[in-house]
Design a protein around this ligand. Structure first.
Ligand SMILES: Cc1cc2nc3c(=O)[nH]c(=O)nc-3n(C[C@H](O)[C@H](O)[C@H](O)COP(=O)(O)OP(=O)(O)OC[C@H]3O[C@@H](n4cnc5c(N)ncnc54)[C@H](O)[C@@H]3O)c2cc1C
Length: 395
């Protein structure tokens, strides 16, 4: 890093905190929008920005390797003059002096800053949950540890039936492990996607050999090997805790940025209330201009898009979040595509299609608010338009 001292501190034109998809795309979009000067990404990760979604899918099954994961080659950062500092984390942000301090002792000043610190897996609030054998999955380091733990063992317990839990359970089962899933939900994803979709997902898990113990609460974990739930004990060689995430917003909170429910509040331009300070990705609660309200999303595509918006605006451009959020999930060899405002529905209806595909339409007060498809791409595309327009579902 070349110094450009202002009051004795190195100052960069754009400082991006976090090397996930939001941070990566913020830096790239800043350059694309004509942003000049020094751009620095500081990432706590030990690897340049990479694809996380395969960690619970093909990477866990051993079908792809770490070399397949980077979002861009090293040349991208060189060509775009983006400096990337890995294995360092911002521990303190001063909005008054526009500086940060990192765990390695660097003090860096910025003219514009994007916080893109993402989330970490939540720790189950039960005794024994922090034992090193209780694995969690967010980073490539976690992914490597999970893959290593899965090699040569026979029984796994997955705690949690969200998408990461479902994907990882099927991937572990495909690796030959005897997998049991424990979840407080009566059916996987029922709270989020409704009864009909949850029944389909449960069927896929069972087809893949995953044993479901739903509607149960984990009370403790002994020696990283025995899970005690309210319906009995289960012993495993490998325990994966996939019980949701916690936003990495402590630095933002300590700096005095406004938070709600642990997320940094930003407008549709990804701007915080402090001029020049933006935030993007899973760590934010952003206003969506088309929805007319703030939406909580934890999706890969939205992290990329929000980063793009933040970077463009930091460079003096004009971009806002109007997109309908969505994600794809790979449960074994089946793909689910979901696009929705994601903050509730009062009616859901599943339509079967010839050949095993299906569509679930979600509505609220007669307006389409979401669509979930399996092998029904036309509905997926039509759904995104209906949601944006607020039209009634076609069924
Ligand atoms: C296993 C897995 C599978 C997934 N599959 C899908 C999928 O199929 N589809 C989908 O839409 N979404 C999926 N997701 C979710 C998706 O990966 C996230 O929504 C996305 O990564 C969020 O991006 P982000 O940049 O906001 O945060 P993150 O990806 O969490 O990146 C945050 C970055 O900030 C760094 N950081 C944190 N604190 C600091 C600090 N203080 N200083 C410096 N750096 C810091 C971290 O090291 C990291 O580099 C999956 C997630 C996981 C874990």
């Amino acid at each position: 890093m070349t110094d450009n001292p202002v009051d004795g501190v190195a100052v960069v034109d754009l400082l991006v905190i976090g090397g996930g998809p939001a941070g990566h795309s913020a830096a790239g979009a800043y350059r694309k929008a004509g942003g000049h000067g020094r751009v620095l990404i500081i990432s706590a990760d030990d690897t340049q920005p990479y694809n996380r979604p395969p960690l619970s899918k093909d990477y866990l099954r051993g079908e792809t390797e770490a070399d397949d994961l980077p979002l861009e080659s090293e040349m991208f950062y060189r060509d775009n003059n983006i400096e990337l500092v890995l294995r360092d984390s911002v521990g303190h942000l001063s909005l008054g002096s526009a500086t940060v301090r990192t765990s390695s002792g660097r003090t860096i000043g910025y003219r514009r800053c994007v916080l893109a610190t993402g989330c970490n897996p939540a720790v189950l609030p039960v005794p024994g949950a922090e034992h090193p054998n209780v694995l969690r999955l967010r980073s490539l380091t976690d992914g490597r540890a999970l893959r290593k733990a899965a090699a040569g063992v026979t029984a796994a317990v997955v705690i949690g039936s969200g998408f990461i839990g479902c994907e990882a359970a099927v991937s572990l089962s495909k690796r030959g492990l005897d997998v049991t899933m424990l979840s407080t939900e009566e059916l996987p994803q029922r709270d989020r996607l409704g009864q009909a979709a949850a029944e389909r997902i449960a069927g896929w898990l069972v087809d893949a050999g995953v044993k479901l113990r739903e509607g149960v609460t984990v009370q403790g974990i002994e020696d990283g090997r025995i899970v005690r739930a309210d319906d009995g004990e289960i012993q495993a060689d490998l325990i994966l805790s996939a019980a949701g995430v916690t936003a990495n917003s402590a630095v933002a909170e300590a700096a005095g940025l406004e938070l709600s429910d642990g997320r940094i509040l930003v407008d549709e331009r990804m701007a915080t209330a402090t001029p020049g300070v933006y935030a993007a990705g899973d760590v934010v609660l952003a206003h969506n201009a088309a929805a007319g309200r703030r939406l909580k999303v934890e999706h890969w595509g939205e992290a990329l898009r929000m980063g793009e918006i933040a970077g463009t605006n930091a460079a003096g451009g004009d971009d806002s979040w109007t997109d309908v959020p969505g994600f794809w999930s790979g449960i074994g060899d089946r793909t689910l595509k979901y696009t929705a405002w994601g903050d509730g529905f009062d009616h859901d209806e599943l339509i079967d299609h010839p050949g095993g595909g299906f569509t679930v339409w979600y509505s609220q007060a007669g307006r389409t608010v979401g669509v979930l498809t399996h092998r029904a791409d036309d509905d997926y595309e039509r759904g995104a338009e209906l949601i944006a327009d607020g039209g009634p579902p076609p069924v």
